[in-house]
Design a protein around this ligand. Structure first.
Ligand code: MG
Length: 385
């Protein structure tokens, strides 16, 4: 029996994780859940999975949640950073699914690693902001970081049983998002509703916008560098609109190993929770003859400058990836609230990266300070436009 905490239980990854848990009740037990403010869904999850401990964003949400639950079945309900940390470090839990949105996932994930938990990592921002620190901490605490991101799960599967020194390149595939073929001169008119319509994947709002700007792929390059300890120069992004090949690894004998599947996050989540065993999750293999052909092309960095900015931030390192991430989160939120045109998202990020004085070897507190600084500066820039 594997015991789980889920950070971000009401998000897309959290809900899919609970679907897998309910398919295999004899294998998984949910001990703790953390969510932000979606109490109607969270209270349903509590009734169904009976966790001991739950945490939400703030005291008002905790009070409202208590009112939704029958008194005799109510778990302990906490809130804020302390509550999230308690969910991440629950004594009876062996694996923490880290699936909160954005930088909010960093502190509870670190708390879970310090408590010796295995991490099923969906929150890529944790490694983007503090990859060196987090990977060193995981080595020190002998915890495993198991990728949930579909590309990284694919790479993880393609390198299993192989020698690291034989790897030549990682090919990170990208669907290209909803605006792959849209003329760049119309990018200013893109609305949040347009950006949320991803062609292949059903995901949360922040990651959907990141997919539309290709920032998601940029963050994944930095994530891959840390997870697999491989330099950016050996990571290539390829646009593959069908999203069937989830990523590939090439070796020095010219062989390329790829992992394929229908675009559905359940398979990557299930593999993180059960590898090397593969769970029978009732996922069909792709219908290859109906699909007919697979297409590939290079990414257009002029049209999608966010990917270029992420490569630059990852290569320079230090505090710059945290700046990239914070400025991106602030700009994406402003875009979703109709306060910033889609085409200005990369401009905000570029500017904040430009005015930042890079600390080449930051500690965790420096990274958190930088994150806060970059958000404030991005907000000032967006307000002043
Ligand atoms: Mg991904």
């Amino acid at each position: 029996m594997k015991t789980l905490s889920i950070l971000g239980s009401t998000g897309s990854i959290g809900q899919n994780t609970l679907t897998i848990v309910s398919m295999f009740p004899g294998r998984f037990r949910v001990k703790a859940l953390a969510a932000k403010k979606n109490i109607s869904l969270l209270s349903e999850q509590i009734k169904k999975f009976c966790p001991d401990l739950v945490s939400v964003f703030d005291s008002a949400t905790a009070t409202a949640l208590k009112k939704c639950l029958p008194k005799n079945t109510a778990p302990e309900i906490l809130y804020g950073d302390e509550g999230y940390s308690a969910v991440a470090t629950h004594a009876m839990v062996d694996t923490v699914v880290s699936a909160m949105v954005g930088a909010a996932g960093l502190s509870p994930t670190i708390a879970a690693i310090e408590a010796g938990k295995d991490i099923a990592l969906a929150n890529k921002e944790t490694l983007v902001m503090a990859g060196d620190f987090v990977m060193a901490l995981a080595r020190k605490n002998r915890t495993r970081i198991l990728p949930v991101d579909s590309e990284h799960s694919a790479i993880f599967q393609c390198i299993s049983g192989q020698r690291k020194e034989d790897v030549v390149k990682i090919f990170l595939t990208a669907s290209g998002g909803p605006f792959l073929d849209r003329p760049v001169k119309t990018f200013r008119d893109i609305t949040p509703a347009d950006a949320l319509k991803h062609p292949n994947w059903d995901m949360g709002k922040k990651i959907s916008v990141d997919s539309a700007t290709l920032m998601n792929k940029g963050l994944e390059v930095i994530e891959a560098k840390h997870l697999f300890d491989i330099p950016e120069e050996q990571i290539e992004v390829i646009i593959h609109p069908q999203s069937l090949i989830h990523s590939m690894v090439s070796y020095q004998d010219g062989s390329v190993l790829a992992q394929l599947g229908v675009p559905d996050m359940k398979s990557a989540i299930a593999y993180a929770l059960s590898c090397p065993e593969r769970l029978p999750i009732q996922q069909p293999a792709p219908d290859f003859t109906a699909i007919g052909s697979l297409d590939f092309r290079p990414p257009d960095l002029k049209k999608f400058p966010c990917l270029d900015l992420a490569f630059k931030a990852g290569k320079i390192g230090g505090t710059l990836p945290a700046v990239l991430n914070a400025a991106n989160e602030t700009a994406v939120t402003a875009f979703l609230n109709n306060r910033l045109p889609f085409s200005d998202i990369p401009k905000v990020i570029d500017h904040i990266m430009d005015i930042h004085t890079i600390d080449k070897s930051p500690g965790l507190s420096d990274i958190k300070k930088t994150d806060k600084w970059a958000r404030q500066e991005a907000e000032i820039l967006i307000k002043g436009r």
